[in-house]
Design a protein around this ligand. Structure first.
Ligand code: IMP
Ligand code: MG
Length: 162
C-alpha cells in the first residue's frame, strides 16, 4: 500500500511541520508501543529540535506499561501507528490530560477514518486509509509482519480482526 520511499518522504514532511510547530516548546514525544516503534524512531529523527522521548505500552485498549516521567507542564505529542475507532487515542487522551500537561496532540502514521467511533483531535496524519487491515512498518497481525519495511494490505483477514 505504501512503499519505503513513500513512507520516508511523508515522515520527513511530518518532521518538518512538527519542528516548525514546536519551536520554543518543551516537546515530549510519546511512543505508543508496540505498533508505533518504527514510525516513532524515524519521526523523532526527522524532528530538528531538542526533545525528550518516552513510551507507553497499550494492548487491547489497556495500559500495560506506563511512562517513566512526570508530564505536568510539558508539550506532549503522542505518536500512534494507526487510528481506527479512536478508542485507544481517547483513552490515552483522558489518562494523560489528568496529569496536567501543558498541551497534548496526536500524530498518527495511518488514519482509517471510516472506522471512527469517538472523536479524537489528530494534529498530524501520515496517510488516510480505506477500511483494510494493514501490516508492516511496526504494524502487526498476531504479532507478525512488524519488520516489513513497507506497509501492505493483509488479504483474507476479516474487518474485525484485532
Ligand atoms: P482504535 O482504538 O480502534 O483506534 O484502534 C487502534 C489500534 O488497533 C492500533 O493501535 C492498532 O494496534 C490496531 N489496529 C487497527 N487497525 C489496524 C490495522 O489495519 N493493522 C494493524 N493494527 C491495527
Ligand atoms: Mg496492534
Amino acid at each position: 500500500m505504501f512503499t519505503q520511499e513513500e513512507i520516508k518522504r511523508r515522515v520527513h514532511e511530518l518532521g518538518l511541520r512538527i519542528s516548525e510547530d514546536y519551536k520554543n516548546k518543551d516537546l515530549l514525544l510519546i511512543g505508543v508501543l508496540k505498533g508505533a516503534y518504527a514510525f516513532f524512531a524515524d519521526l523523532a529523527r526527522a524532528v530538528s529540535l531538542p526533545l525528550h522521548v518516552d513510551f507507553l505500552v497499550v494492548a487491547r485498549g489497556k495500559l500495560v506499561s506506563d511512562l517513566t516521567q512526570e508530564i505536568a507542564g510539558k508539550d506532549l505529542l503522542v505518536v500512534e501507528d494507526i487510528i481506527d475507532s479512536g478508542q485507544t487515542c481517547a483513552f490515552l487522551n483522558k489518562m494523560l490530560m489528568a496529569r496536567h500537561p501543558k498541551s497534548i496532540q496526536f500524530c498518527t502514521l495511518l488514519d482509517k477514518h471510516q472506522g471512527r467511533k469517538v472523536d479524537v483531535p489528530v494534529a498530524y496524519t501520515g496517510f488516510t486509509l480505506p477500511n483494510k487491515y494493514v501490516v508492516g512498518y511496526g504494524l502487526d497481525y498476531k504479532n507478525k509482519y512488524r519488520n516489513l519495511p513497507y506497509i501492505a494490505v493483509l488479504e483474507a483477514v476479516r474487518e474485525d480482526a484485532p
